[in-house]
Design a protein around this ligand. Sequence first.
Ligand code: ITT
Length: 201
Amino acid sequence: TRVLLATRNQKKLVELRRILAAEGVTGVEVVGLADVPPFPEAPETGATFEENAVAKAVDAAKATGLPAVADDSGITVDALNGMPGVLSARWSGKHGDDQANLDLVLGQLADVPDERRGAAFVSASALVLPSGKETVVRGEWRGKVIREERGANGFGYDPIFVPEGETRTSAELSPEEKDAASHRGRALRLLLPALRELAAS
Ligand code: ITT
């Protein structure tokens, strides 16, 4: 069974492929958007990660006729009342400009003391079948936003996020360490039963 990973974010695609490969879902062949005919990107207008993940997967499944997995993710910062949240990819106004988005969050938190810098990465993962059947799950990864950037792995807000129980930022973790603990790893592992059921059908 072919399953489409419906993301236009290459760094996210790498993580999704890596996590699924590590879990070894037999009977599923993972393909990316580069492997299917192009279709226009759906606007992300949902108020929740779950809504957006389902909308992206529905859109991709409809356009391709393939079962589709989509991830909607971001960072929710306590001192910013949960923002940037679903707006994480375009917080600075420039969609996908990771450096501009991170710089803006650091600036907004400049006067926030260490004990109030809690945050969480959140990922909603949706699997939508051509039949219309939807499964959506959520993974969270708590931590805090530090004051400077450290590390070169990962993407997005990883250089300013120190997970709970860590002294390193998530950009200083190895890919395997990040996947074992991350919001995306947790969410995708919750999706495995639905993927295994699909592979067996
Ligand atoms: P698709 O919608 O095509 O998948 P996107 O980048 O627009 O790509 P999102 O709307 O889900 O995806 O935005 C996710 C943003 O949240 C991403 O651009 C990062 O800034 C941030 N983010 C998500 N997961 C992250 C992670 O593991 N580490 C750091 N930042 C992350």
